[in-house]
Ligand binder design. Structure first.
Ligand code: NAD
Ligand code: GLY
Length: 360
């Protein structure tokens, strides 16, 4: 088992990574939290594979779980589902000492993490991530929230988990598309801080992702440790590819392009802007485009997603401040900085570039 300690201004906790850990979640959690009534929130796909072992493990150490299953997919990251979860927890008699377990991908983590943040003004949260995206990124750092029609993650709260248990064996049941979309966040982490990581990636599914997961969490942990509340501009570097990426994801219609697929396109757009504003080499852009393609991620924007729709949704994004977009750019792969020199016309050109790239 690998253990990555996370230490930020409001919380310290561990991320545990290892094959088979999910079936020991009860024992691992009981070391830090007293057994209580609790809610296990998951989605319909994940419930089929992993709900029973988690329930058994929690009951074994004295937790008394209720189970809340939401429909799978991005559309569940909604106010309606937050209300349903909170309502069910009230009806079941959960209280401030109850624990919420998020068992699933980023959708479940963000949605139920937000419910944990506001239920009785905040109850303990344990993240049990089961997708690549959730294990390398979303389960760590405390960003929780839901989407509204106008944009992604516009309603939310910071709520750090007490523990994260990432079991890479759960990734074996992910279908291919759902598996590879998670690699967009890995490529993002590489571009902003750890380019050597790209050399470890292969287009075949690796046998054990533990080391790669730990490496990604290490990149993220340094940035959240120094800027937990996303205020100084350091944590914002984790948004590389997300300004246009979120715009594309929302404009496509939630669930149409997966999050990681939209971020793959957003990464190419951010590289194009980096070339224009920061002197990034064309060969670097092409190198990353080849890697994204080898990982089955898209690099060409589908015609049905209109540039104006992407720009309209982008304007509502949290990364817009005082009417101006904030973009994360890179002078040189492996480092990144926050820029306010990109305007909407430049963003339009970057989106249009996504229609012209020739896949190899
Ligand atoms: P997801 O949660 O929708 O999961 C993808 C699909 O895989 C779903 O259909 C799910 O039911 C299924 N699934 C999950 N685990 C499975 C398993 N082990 N076996 C079989 N099927 C399984 O998508 P995601 O990519 O994990 O998360 C995307 C979300 O994460 C987006 O909403 C994005 O905004 C958010 N996100 C948040 C942060 C953050 O810091 N909070 C960071 C990155 C992404
Ligand atoms: N996923 C971006 C962040 O956690 O800040």
């Amino acid at each position: 088992m690998l253990k990555i300690p996370i230490s930020c201004s409001h919380a310290s906790y561990d991320v545990l990574v290892g094959g088979g850990l999910l079936t020991h979640s009860g024992d691992l959690v009981a070391k830090i939290l007293a057994p209580s009534r609790c809610a296990v929130v998951t989605d319909s796909n994940v419930a089929r594979h992993y709900l029973q072992p988690v329930l058994a493990s929690l009951k074994n150490v004295g937790f008394k779980p209720i189970t809340l299953v939401v429909p799978s997919g991005e559309r569940s990251k909604s106010f309606r589902q937050v209300y349903n979860l909170c309502h069910s927890m009230v009806v079941a008699g959960l209280d401030r000492k109850s624990v919420l377990f998020s068992l699933g991908g980023g959708v479940i983590g963000d949605l139920s993490g937000f419910a944990a943040a506001i239920f009785q003004r905040g109850i303990p949260l344990v993240q049990l991530p089961t997708t690549v995206t959730a294990q390398v990124d979303s389960s760590v750092g405390g960003k929780t929230g839901v989407n509204v029609a106008a944009g992604k993650n516009l309603i939310g709260a910071f709520h750090q988990p007490q523990l994260v248990i990432a079991d890479p064996l759960t990734l074996n049941t992910l279908p291919n598309r759902e598996y590879w979309e998670g690699f967009a966040e890995i490529v993002k982490h590489a571009i902003i801080q750890d380019m050597a990581m790209l050399k470890t990636l292969s287009p075949e599914r690796p046998k054990d992702l533990s080391a790669l997961i730990a490496r990604n969490i290490t990149v993220k942990s340094a940035l959240i440790a120094s800027d937990e509340g996303d205020k100084s501009g350091l944590r914002a570097l984790l948004n590389f590819g997300h300004t246009i990426g979120h715009g594309i994801e929302t404009a496509a219609g939630y669930g149409s392009l997966f999050h990681g697929e939209a971020i793959s396109l957003g990464i190419i757009a951010a590289l194009w802007l980096s070339k224009r504003f920061s002197g990034l080499l064309q060969s670097d852009l092409e190198y990353i485009a080849r890697i994204l393609q080898r990982l089955s991620l898209p690099i060409v924007l589908p015609d049905r997603i209109l540039t104006d729709s992407v720009l309209t949704t982008m304007r509502k994004d949290k990364k817009f401040e005082q009417g101006k977009p904030r973009f994360v750019l890179t002078h040189r792969l492996g480092s990144a900085y926050l820029s306010d020199e990109v305007d909407l016309q430049d963003a339009r050109s970057a989106i249009e570039f996504l229609r012209k790239l020739q896949p190899n």
